[in-house]
Design a protein around this ligand. Structure first.
Ligand code: DX5
Ligand code: ZN
Length: 231
């Protein structure tokens, strides 16, 4: 999967999966038509929740060839980057809210030989990401306040997506624009229209009996919308 092509990528978030049967959930993902798996890593400090660690990825890595997109919502990502790389991550994202530490963190991820992502929370200005745009492969514009799945999409964030897309074009950069939180066919197509090309979705996909048709519906709604076809 070339990271720099502009094709729409669907990245189901494992946060919304049924952990009592993770192997079967991974098989469902393998058959779903999604290109990536999004792993939300929460440390109970940066966000008020806990999720999985590198060992979870180590166990699921042999079960899938999908691209693994690791989203570190962690206060000290520097201690997790290497373990996630060793467990099979393909891309690691850290948060712009970590401020002066971001430059070194992005370098640390790059030096581990995996793709580099930077995330921006809804209240955080997109300006905080601008100095790093030439150092990243992916800009994650959060469409909910991080910490929990199943929240409602924050539409005001769409202006940040549009600005990021304009900057990418103006600076002739190649980073992908990812959105994460409250993504369903309606909000996904709004985000795609605004310039996002990578959609993270958890509850809107996993709550459906047929994950494959949920992924297909998310994708087709975005594509139809972009062609101004009736929904
Ligand atoms: C928030 C998480 C969620 C998750 C997707 O910290 O990052 O956004 O990936 O959750 P849904 O799709 O259920 O909003
Ligand atoms: Zn996420």
């Amino acid at each position: 999967m070339a990271l720099t092509d502009s094709a729409l990528i669907i990245a189901p978030s494992l946060l919304a999966a049924n952990y009592s049967r993770l192997d079967r959930e991974i098989q469902r993902l393998n058959r779903s038509g999604a290109e990536w798996i999004h792993l939300d890593i929460m440390d109970g400090h940066f966000v008020p929740n806990l999720s999985f660690g590198p060992d979870t990825l180590r166990h699921i890595r042999p079960l899938t060839g999908l691209f693994v997109d690791v989203h570190l919502m962690c206060e000290r990502p520097e201690i997790l980057i290497q373990p996630f790389v060793e467990s099979g991550a393909n891309l690691i994202t850290v948060h712009a809210e970590l401020g002066p530490r971001v430059k070194d963190l992005l370098w640390q991820i790059r030096s581990c030989g995996v793709h580099v992502g930077l995330a921006v929370n809804p209240p955080t200005s997109i300006e905080s990401a601008l100095p790093h745009l030439d150092a990243i492969d992916l800009l994650l514009i959060m469409t909910v306040n991080p910490g929990f799945g199943g929240q409602s999409f924050i539409p005001e964030v769409l202006t940040k997506v549009e600005m990021a897309a304009r900057r990418r074009k103006a600076q002739q950069l190649k980073f992908r624009i990812e959105v994460d939180g409250g993504i369903n066919p309606e909000t996904g197509s709004q985000s795609f229209q605004a310039g996002a090309d990578t959609l993270v979705a958890g509850s809107s996909l996993f709550r459906r009996t047929h994950l494959k048709s949920a992924v297909s519906q998310l994708r087709s709604t975005c594509m139809r919308q972009s062609l101004n076809l009736p929904l």
